[in-house]
Design a protein around this ligand. Sequence first.
Ligand code: ADP
Ligand code: MG
Length: 420
Amino acid sequence: MGTYINQNLLNNLFYILSSMFVYYFIYDHGKWWKTNTRHKQLLLIICTGVPLLLCMKFPIYIAYNCVHDLRQIPFLIGTLYGGWTVGSALLLILLAVRFFFYGFQPITVAVYFTMFIIAALASPAFRRLNRTDKLFASMWLTLLLDILVTVIAVVFFDFQVIDSYIFDFILVPPFAMLFIVYILETLKDAIIMRSKLVKIEKMEIVSQLAASISHEVRNPLTVVRGFLQLMKSQPMPKETQERYMHIALEEIDRAETIINNYLTFAKPTPKKEEVLIVGQELERVAHLLQPFARMNGVHLIEKCQPCMIIGNAEYFRQCFLNLVKNSIEATPIGGTVTVSCSCKGEEVIVAIADTGIGMTAEQISRFGEPYFSTKEKGTGLGAMVAVKLIETMNGTWKIDSKIQKGTTITITFPSATTRG
Ligand code: ADP
Ligand code: MG
């Protein structure tokens, strides 16, 4: 039993597990790796190549003409997730390391070449599977491959099958694969969910604003209809007719602006970083929320100094849309929400002040926590998304609030000029 489960086996598992975490850590934090598939493949090769090398350098045990370790796990993970390119790179690494450390063995070439071909062939189908199927597919595939290559080794190379071989090479790897694929998929889901949340919240806002927008568009339409009917039903001097027509056109333009504003927000834009003129962006947000504010009987005021920061326009708008919308919702009829920005040295300070219901100390400390909402139909995602977006733009935020007096949220960004 001592040879079955020893420290080396645990070490092998540790190399593999930690490199999977490193993979997602780098993938999540380094932008370069996400830019195209080549970079992604390179990262996968590194993060499966390194544990592959470590497993081989510190094997579970060495028997006659055979070195036993868990190298097949990073090898299969890389090949299944990365296809032919990653698989062939790993095969090269594997064979090179094997010959360098332990000398040439034809059996190694036969075993891993077989695994490589079958795993690479299975890779496209594997990647299309859903999460649960992936788990079991990887487990069964590993078991079948292990049995297949053992048969090949026994038939063609006179290989001796011993107990510890059956345990370390045939029984442990399928289960290890199952768990590692599970961890990989869980980490992947977490990353995807996080990026999707921004989108979910946007859809939420778009649908919540729809009521106020359609209300706002219906008004000008009613006015225009009224004038047209008037002009049709009774003769009138040319002058009056002209005046009516002028008003009607203005109303139509107003409706068009509202719709345009709404659509530019709903439409996705490229995720690039650029210089943002803060005042301009905040003005757009205010325009977009003006119908919502009117519907709630709140005055929305926007006054800005010309300041610039670096960030993504869509993220910026979404962030402030969430914050200002919260302020409007917290403010009773007749109250005011003021959005202002100013430049102080190397900082741009945006303040959203309302004369609303205010927040308790507990509410302030929970601000930005997912699903924290005091509203009956609240999602509790708006503030969280806003806080995340502020962080991606290198900003900081702070809340001052008095119950029944109002809340001021102050957000500070580094000014664009200080970052060259
Ligand atoms: P939701 O708006 O769906 O409730 P948010 O994440 O946007 O979710 O906001 C979370 C909570 O923070 C709100 O339910 C509210 O209690 C509180 N909050 C946010 N902004 C303000 C504000 N300006 N004044 C008072 N309370 C606020
Ligand atoms: Mg909200």
